[in-house]
Write a protein that binds this ligand. Sequence first.
Ligand code: DX5
Ligand code: ZN
Length: 224
Amino acid sequence: MPVKIAPSILSADFGNLQRDFEMINNSKADWFHVDVMDGEFVPNISFGFPVMKTLKKHANKTLDVHLMIVQPDRYIKEFAAAGADILTVHYEACTHLHRSIQAIKAEGMKAGVALNPHTPVSLLKDIVQDLDLVCIMSVNPGFGGQKFIHNTYAKVKQLRTMAEDVNPELLIEIDGGVTLDNCAQLHEAGANVLVAGSTVFNSDNPTQTIEKLHSNCASGTIMV
Ligand code: DX5
Ligand code: ZN
């Protein structure tokens, strides 16, 4: 499956959100990645429904919403109403993960689970067949611009093997520290969605950087 590139709007210019949303609309990006943080599950607070509503108004691509919040079940209906296409909850934030996944699907969204760097993929063994997406965090969640954690490659390979028979269509997303240098290797390991925040928005030409992420993955080479 060709890789999907999902720019994270956490790294966008909040004084020029509409401009940055249009840039993503007109680029080769596949999805918008939307990081929602509550200041409790993670040490940072990002944004909530007012920004989601603006995004929904302007975006013409899939909205991939990553909830870094405690008790995410409280907000599943609201995120569906706000236009989320994919809703990802954290394994570490859900006591009844199976129920949360069913509740997300019942609202017509695709369901994802995110794993913190310390959480082994083997814990998903009995639920992997029910998931549309697994987001492997390659940094500790909470902030953009952090350094990629190398153990991620091993986790991607392990998850791809685990899903091979029971869920071959599983989307494996990598979130945190994705660059032009590591994207091809992540894709080769079995990832098919790459989130990129600072790599895209801190570059001189974000549109071109999105294109390069795609072409580096397609060719398997590194073109910085
Ligand atoms: C981190 C967020 C990421 C973040 C990625 O908690 O989930 O989506 O925006 O940013 P970069 O690509 O800069 O690491
Ligand atoms: Zn994220």
